[in-house]
Design a protein around this ligand. Structure first.
Ligand code: URP
Ligand code: ZN
Ligand code: ZN
Length: 460
């Protein structure tokens, strides 16, 4: 099967140029200024941009959390990903205390197998460390799982102590892995939470107030110190706060291999939203929480300067009805998380590129190339090059859109960006050469998505 994409402007992390792309089966066979090759399918991309398929390295699909299970499973979540121009996700397999990391992976593979619209991989979250679990880390790096997650928050659920952080960092670093962290000081949050509940402060706003920026900055600082002690590379997920970003910037100035991701919610939304009436603030209950409005621009400048390398979604959807509502009388019972796998690329284009906050090549780097490099998928994914997989997005930079729960593919009853208007829509999405999304319609099939064993960590 040959597909020819003609007359488009190819956009990679480093350049933009007009060319034709010839695809054979799953792979890019040729890139030429003008191709006269014959093909089974020809796509005219005149006036359109062609991006490498976006990679979302932070999703939670079919995940039990907060007494319920995420609204999106691997079918709906990856279909929404495809609709938004994302052709590969990396989800988190969470260790059950007392069980092995391999068992966690088995559970998550069963959840994903045969259900995915686009490709997928797994990070492995360590929640209960012992010598046997530690010994699994080098084995898993070898098997294609070179990234591990630890939580410094969610006390009594996922939170681990400093000894665990250090041991995981050392072992992973020696084995060629990368340790990802949820950096918030869970003990501090626990004290503040109890104080608030004792005063009857139960509304969604108190979720945010119980998790102040200092709790994030302190944890980021401690984690960076541990990583330096361990001599290991480290990655901070969903960084939300300017103070925490300063700690990352300082570490990077010292030459430490510290990386950090932020998410659209911390670029576009702010603390005010927790005051939405009628429990509407629950839609934004996520951790870390939304911050003061001024913080957004600070994060944008972190993206532009390179101190933040990745924008991921942290897609973790719970319906407002029946799920978020579990915490109507107590914010600690509101399941944490929000949807975003479908809207990440469009938001960054409309709110970042078109608003002159980042270049279009930087956008491609943030959503595709840097994640591919950091997480062992490059160059088969994350770029447009001969020999790379044909994960491609044909993007109309002029087409207007309005974000709404009414037109989304995410299987959840709200959208945190409801009413956001912008310009720039993925009109065709190819996953390894197969058209999976076409002019607003999903045309792929669940099960097309394939598990991606990844290479060990390489510094960027
Ligand atoms: O609130 C969030 N972020 N939910 C998902 C789990 C996590 O901490 O990433
Ligand atoms: Zn987290
Ligand atoms: Zn997450």
């Amino acid at each position: 099967m040959r597909t020819l994409i003609k007359n488009g402007t190819l956009v990679t992390a480093s350049e933009s140029y007009r060319a034709d792309i010839l695809i054979e089966d799953e792979t890019i066979l040729a890139i030429e200024a003008k191709s006269s090759a014959s093909a089974n399918m020809v796509i005219d991309a005149d006036g359109k941009l062609i991006f490498p398929g976006a990679i979302d390295v932070h999703t939670h699909l079919d995940m039990p959390f907060g007494g319920t299970v995420t609204a999106d499973d691997f079918t709906t979540g990856t279909t929404a990903a495809a609709a938004g121009g994302t052709t590969c996700i990396i989800d988190y397999a969470l260790q059950t205390p007392g069980k092995s990391l391999e068992e966690a992976l088995q559970v998550w593979h069963e959840r994903a197998e045969g259900k995915c619209a686009v490709d997928y991989g797994f990070h492995v979250a360590v929640t209960d460390l012992n010598d046997a679990v530690l010994a699994e880390i080098p084995e898993l790096v070898e098997k294609g799982y070179p990234s591990f997650k630890v939580f410094m928050a969610y006390k009594g659920v996922f939170q681990v102590d400093d000894a665990t952080l250090l041991r995981v960092l050392k072992t992973s670093g020696e084995a060629g892995g990368l340790v990802l962290v949820h950096a918030e000081n869970g003990d501090v949050i626990d004290v503040l939470t109890k104080e608030m509940l004792a005063k009857g402060q139960t509304e969604p706003l108190y979720h945010a107030l119980s998790r102040p920026p200092q709790a994030e900055e302190e944890a980021v600082n401690r984690y960076i110190t541990m990583a330096a002690l361990a001599g290991a590379p480290a990655y901070i997920v969903h960084l939300s706060d300017g103070g925490a970003l300063n700690r990352v910037a300082e570490a990077r100035l010292q030459g430490l291999p510290i990386y950090a991701e932020t998410c659209p919610q911390y670029l576009f939304l702010d603390l005010e939203l927790y005051n939405e009436p009628d429990f509407g603030g629950a839609k934004y209950v996520m951790s870390p929480p939304l911050r003061e409005a001024g913080n957004n621009e600070y994060l944008w400048s972190g993206l532009d300067s390179g101190n933040l390398q990745v924008v991921a979604s942290d897609h973790c959807s719970f319906n407002l009805k029946e799920q978020k509502e579990l915490g109507r009388n107590d914010f600690t019972k509101i399941p944490n998380g929000a949807p975003g796998v479908e809207t990440r690329v469009q938001l960054l284009f409309a709110g970042g590129v078109l608003e002159n906050r980042i270049s279009i090549n930087k956008m491609v780097d943030l959503v595709s190339t840097a994640p591919a490099k950091l997480f062992g998928l490059y160059p088969q994914k994350g770029t447009i090059a001969v020999g790379s997989e044909a994960d491609l997005v044909v993007f109309d930079p002029h087409m207007p859109f309005t974000i709404s729960a009414d037109n989304q593919h995410q299987n959840v009853d709200y959208n945190p960006y409801e009413g956001f208007r912008g310009q720039g829509v993925p009109i065709k999405v190819l996953s390894r050469g197969t058209l999976v999304f076409d002019n607003g319609r999903y045309v792929g099939k669940a099960g097309h998505g394939r598990f991606q064993a990844r290479k060990s960590f390489t510094a960027i």
